[in-house]
Design a protein around this ligand. Structure first.
Ligand SMILES: Nc1ncnc2c1ncn2[C@@H]1O[C@H](COP(=O)(O)OP(=O)(O)O)[C@@H](O)[C@H]1O
Ligand SMILES: [Mg+2]
Length: 322
């Protein structure tokens, strides 16, 4: 009988998405096939303290499954740490993780690659208010104000009138020192996951989903994680050519950022074209999350999807010298 693969499921960490990460990790722990894997949950606390140091993890496990979101877990930090300890891990490497977490840099790459990217300006705490007002005047209200490096809609506002600008700026600056002011795209929100087998050539898109928040004005934190708060339709009721285009662009986004294992790209469809919002290198795997639903729509259940993600990591690290 084949030996079970020993997996450390890394969760939590010093991120605004700590709680979401715990929920993702629970989903992973529950769905890892016990016949194939021996898994242990390793919760890193909000201060970044590990219950088991990486050297011990290296000795006791074959692979780390990174079930973390946001800064530290998804932005290349933990990926770099695991590289340094020569511990194989799931999903994207250091560079793709950093790029995916940095909405400003990722947008520059998407623009170069020919995607439609909403016009965006980067500001920081030193940007004079006069300049900010000029930017908003140029973009015309509504605008979206969002932190540069934070996920899960944390710190994001859609600003519809002048009165709400200050509050939206304060909110975003609570979470990041640099924030984006972006043109608001009116349209239907769609998202599409991609899986691979450890190489870019092997990547394939899942079935996209349309997201329709029920009460909230956009896909905010509540709409993302409250069961039933958003209607999620997989596949969206859109013409087959548009579905194909969403898949094509999600696959291309995965490739140009250099992702591995899994990604999910968010778009708005304005009835004419697709606008790319961002790519997630560790999309949520909570009970309400989208990638598991999109995989299921293709006949891949949650456990099988985890097998694919783990297989991708094993393949990727087989070709490396660690
Ligand atoms: N330019 C935009 N136009 C319209 N809605 C947007 C725009 N940017 C963000 N949103 C809304 O905010 C949500 C979160 O934004 P996103 O850029 O995907 O960041 P994250 O999911 O990492 O927090 C989106 O799912 C969408 O509902
Ligand atoms: Mg998003």
């Amino acid at each position: 009988m084949k030996r079970k693969l020993k997996i450390a499921v890394l969760a939590g960490g010093p991120s605004f998405e700590h709680e979401v990460s715990l929920s993702t990790a629970q989903g992973v722990m529950k769905n890892l096939n016990p016949q194939k894997y021996k898994a242990r949950l390793i919760i890193i606390d909000k201060k970044g303290k590990w219950p088991l140091d990486p050297l011990k993890i290296k000795k006791q496990f074959d692979l780390c499954f990174i079930a973390m979101h946001g800064e530290y877990g998804e932005d290349g930090t933990i990926q770099g740490l695991l590289e340094a300890y020569q511990i194989p891990y799931t999903c994207s490497g250091v560079l793709a993780s950093s790029l995916g977490m940095d909405k400003w840099q990722a947008q520059k790459i998407f623009t170069l690659e020919g995607f439609n990217v909403p016009v965006t300006y980067l500001i920081d705490l030193k940007t004079p208010r006069q300049k900010i007002n000029k930017i908003i005047k140029k973009l015309k209200l509504p605008v979206v104000i969002k932190p540069r490096h934070v996920g899960s809609s944390v710190g994001i506002s859609i600003v519809k009138n002048k009165k709400s600008i200050s509050l939206a700026l304060r909110k975003a600056f609570q979470y990041d020192q640099e924030i984006l002011i972006q043109k608001y795209i009116k349209g239907r929100e769609v998202t599409c996951g991609v899986l691979d087998q450890g190489s870019l050539e092997s990547a394939w898109p899942l079935i996209p989903t349309e997201i329709i928040p029920q009460k909230d004005a956009f896909f905010n934190y509540r709409a993302k994680y409250m069961p039933g708060a958003s209607l999620e339709i997989t596949p969206p009721k859109l013409p087959a050519t548009i579905i194909k285009e969403i898949q094509k662009q999600a696959l291309l986004a995965h490739k140009v950022i250099g992702c591995s294992g899994m990604s999910r790209t968010d778009f708005i469809f304005d009835n004419r074209k697709l606008w790319i919002l961002e790519i997630n290198t560790i999309p949520g795997l909570t009970p309400t999350s989208l990638v598991p639903q999109e995989a299921q729509a293709m006949g891949i259940n949650y456990s099988q999807m985890l097998d694919i993600i783990i297989g991708a990591a094993l393949n990727r690290f087989k070709n490396k010298c660690i």
